[in-house]
Design a protein around this ligand. Sequence first.
Ligand code: PAF
Length: 295
Amino acid sequence: MIVINSIEQLKIHLISMQDQKKIIGFVPTMGALHAGHISLINRAKAACDVVICSIFVNPTQFNDLSDLDKYPRTVETDCRMLEKANCDIVFVPEVMEMYTEKELELKRQKVEDKSWAEGKRIDFGPLEKVMEGAHRQGHFNGVAQVVSKLFRIVQPQKAYFGQKDFQQLAIIKSMVKQLDMPIEIVSCAIIREPNGLAMSSRNERLTAKEREIASIISKTLFMIREHYQSKQFKELMADAEALILKESSIKLEYLEIADAETLQPVNDLNKGKNAVACIAAKIGEVRLIDNVVLY
Ligand code: PAF
């Protein structure tokens, strides 16, 4: 496995792979890798000739600077895990490799910078106005900014994302479509701890007791999945809220059932269409998200 820090070096490797017509699979990450990330590498390995993983804690997608500071950084362990999973290249750029000073300054001034769209009038519309988009100002603009940069550098045929970030997946699919990028976005199942907690780099910051408490998030989602077709909508939502709030140390940010395509809230009338139940909640200072798809 080759570890590369500069875009220039990466491009040298990419040119030779493109000349050999290799299928490139790409797994963008922010590091602090866990079994969920490795499952993305495995999916990519099974379908592509070369697998490239990036590790970059992207400053423009954090709306809370203390969250950015506290984000776990474990590059050495990450590289060992990637090597074991037979990843071919790891791209670990510094912030100044990915951003100009001007772009970072705009972020500091909280100015929404759409220069990543390179002149295209890109708009995520209602997709980014709900759930994570409503609670984390500028988050999806930062995600699209960095993912578009990474896609332009790596030029993969396929890119792999976890379904835990359900809304992020919808945003990235929309971005690729609007920017006409010839990249297949592959969505991969959520990997869970034995107690049901969705794997996340943020779990690192939970104590063992908090990890147990956090499992109420997935238990609530599984309860919704079990009763979605049979219970009255209002009763189901009330039961779900009561279940999660039994844990007094959980601060619920939102609990929503949304249309799986448009991500707009669902009510009794549009039950029956594919939907997704989503939760964002905090345990202490750690913010977690999770979801289940409902049919
Ligand atoms: O899902 C993540 O880890 C990040 O949002 C991503 C896609 C790597 C962009 O920074």
